[in-house]
Design a protein around this ligand. Sequence first.
Ligand SMILES: *[C@@H]1O[C@H](CO)[C@@H](O)[C@H](O)[C@H]1NC(C)=O
Ligand SMILES: *[C@@H]1O[C@H](CO)[C@@H](O)[C@H](O)[C@H]1NC(C)=O
Ligand SMILES: *[C@@H]1O[C@H](CO)[C@@H](O)[C@H](O)[C@H]1NC(C)=O
Ligand SMILES: *[C@@H]1O[C@H](CO)[C@@H](O)[C@H](O)[C@H]1NC(C)=O
Ligand SMILES: *[C@@H]1O[C@H](CO)[C@@H](O)[C@H](O)[C@H]1NC(C)=O
Ligand SMILES: *[C@@H]1O[C@H](CO)[C@@H](O)[C@H](O)[C@H]1NC(C)=O
Length: 602
Amino acid sequence: MLNFFLLISLCWGLVLGESLTEFLNEANHNLALAYDQEVLAQLQHEIQGPNDLVALLQIEIANERLMKYINYLNNKGKKFKKIEVENLKQRRLLSMLPQLGYEALTGMELRRIYSLSANMSESYKNVKLCAYENRKNCTLSLIPDVQTIVQESKNIDEIEYYWYEWRRSTGLSTRSQFVEFMELYKKTARLNGYLQAEDYWFRGLELNGVETLKILDGFMAALRPLFLQFHAHVRGSLRKMYGERLIPKGRPYPQHLSEIFIGNAFRRVQAEWFVDLPAPNVGLFNITEALQRRGWTTTQRVFWNVAEYFRGIGLPQLESSLWTFAQPMSYQEEDHCFHKAWRFYALRQINFTYCPLNDEERFFNMFEAQSDVHFFRATAEQPTLLQEEPFPHFSDAIGKCFSLAATSPRYLHKIGLIRESKWFELPARLNRLYIQGLRVIFLLPVFYVLDRYRVEALSGHIKADDNEAYWRLTEFYTGAAAPKRRTNADFDVPAKLLMEVDDQYASQIFSTVLQFQLLKHFCSRTGQDRPLDLCDLSDQSGLGPGLRRTMALGSSQHYSHVLQKLLGETELNIDGLLSYFQPLHNWLVQQNRLNNLDVGWA
Ligand SMILES: *[C@@H]1O[C@H](CO)[C@@H](O)[C@H](O)[C@H]1NC(C)=O
Ligand SMILES: *[C@@H]1O[C@H](CO)[C@@H](O)[C@H](O)[C@H]1NC(C)=O
Ligand SMILES: *[C@@H]1O[C@H](CO)[C@@H](O)[C@H](O)[C@H]1NC(C)=O
Ligand SMILES: *[C@@H]1O[C@H](CO)[C@@H](O)[C@H](O)[C@H]1NC(C)=O
Ligand SMILES: *[C@@H]1O[C@H](CO)[C@@H](O)[C@H](O)[C@H]1NC(C)=O
Ligand SMILES: *[C@@H]1O[C@H](CO)[C@@H](O)[C@H](O)[C@H]1NC(C)=O
């Protein structure tokens, strides 16, 4: 009797095993086709520009087809998910089937959640504010109109006026939509098989909510000493500009003024005029100008120079057809024009679109875009289901690690972009670290708060529109406060969600941490016993092969295994970032002491 059942279950297992293999093969094959259609449509959209309706229609058709197929896969995959699959590879493939996401909702609710999230991101584009100077003139868009006015304004009342209006029109007006969205999000999580909505929030990391927050909390705690010193310094600069009444001692600085100051680090034009550089008379080297002087004035030229960089670190040479088929991107807003690699799955090709602008930002962006090319190439060995990144923005971290190494004066000197030795000396290095620090160090706590708030709301610790809880987190982690105390009669969360309401930021934090961790690792592996901002990775041909092998893993393993192979450690570690900014940290401590500045806030 027993044997009989054993036999039956063995046979059944065999049958299922066979059809599981078929199912997975079919999924890999058909997904590749469906993805390609979507990538092609997106690529056309990018080349033709946002006004090309045919491309938009193609995107919609491809998306619909893909969602239908994913729906089919999920239904069919259910029966396999119930059985114990012994083959590890197959188990991994099965777990990597794309999830339904919102499509698990039905009818009304599905339409509702799409319209809510579209509405909330659209509100950014459609909202019009009335001008401070003339309240009857209500034609100002948030970006770029209000943003530009505020950045250039010296009138504190005007800046404050726009801060409040921005929040009233994006936050308060979408409050009920935000609350409803979060409810539907929880339901989406359940329908996708997650008992805790916060686990679903972090699904891309393959960690649950508790694990992710523990890691993020660790980062925030380790970053804190550097952040407090930098915050104190910026607060001191703001106090010089606005006086002690507006910037009191021992208190968070007002967000509407600090954001303008920190935002200056992202503005290309004459950045040194606006921020309090450590050595203002030394300034920053102008790479845009150097590129022109050096004759790197076409994107093609930059493309091949950067390709040579990657060949020099031991990655495969790019073939010339990649450039032959590269397409210039149409661009309306210069800020959104970036080089980009496009990966096709079934077609087994990569296409490249480029931004014809040739400035500093596009130069370093080329390193990131080509790093993606190498990533896509390497993962092509994997079945479609395993060709993704170990976590979102993982490939970004690799690209940004090399673009960061390329900002090293050693490299820039080597390729003839800078000549003078003063750029190697501490004052100039501090200036660069200061600008980079404004961009990196102040952003991480903001990202943290946005995820933490939404996760607390999803897990039911706070209500979805608990504005006071939002400000408690904001004050504690970012050291910034509203110009006047905000209450639960206001709602300010959506005002900060610049992209999509369901964008998860933890993976961006992970990616930033990894970027510096990689740099530290590569620099020590190449025997560069010097400050990280002086480390140059060019021509370190020993790096490529190992890097390529780990890229080739795609999403076939959990990121901790990938890190193990890449770095010899399984955890992300923020020490790289802290080491990179150590010279700045030392300088900040010394300056704050010298100027008797208050550190921290209550
Ligand atoms: C299809 O479009 C919907 C709505 O815009 C979006 O949420 C979803 O992510 C898209 N699906 C894919 C696979 O791109
Ligand atoms: C596991 O599955 C993979 C993919 O279907 C197959 O190539 C491999 O031979 C299987 N391994 C074993 C031990 O059955
Ligand atoms: C989207 O916004 C419009 C106007 O702002 C509003 O009338 C509509 O009800 C909103 N949709 C949802 C689903 O809330
Ligand atoms: C409205 O105000 C903005 C900003 O002050 C200004 O640029 C624009 O010309 C004004 N429009 C009208 C119609 O007055
Ligand atoms: C750098 O040089 C470019 C080209 O000469 C110029 O347009 C830009 O204003 C300069 N930037 C700074 C910060 O001086
Ligand atoms: C993409 O590249 C392939 C060659 O790899 C080329 O045949 C094709 O025309 C390119 N597509 C576009 C839209 O540029």
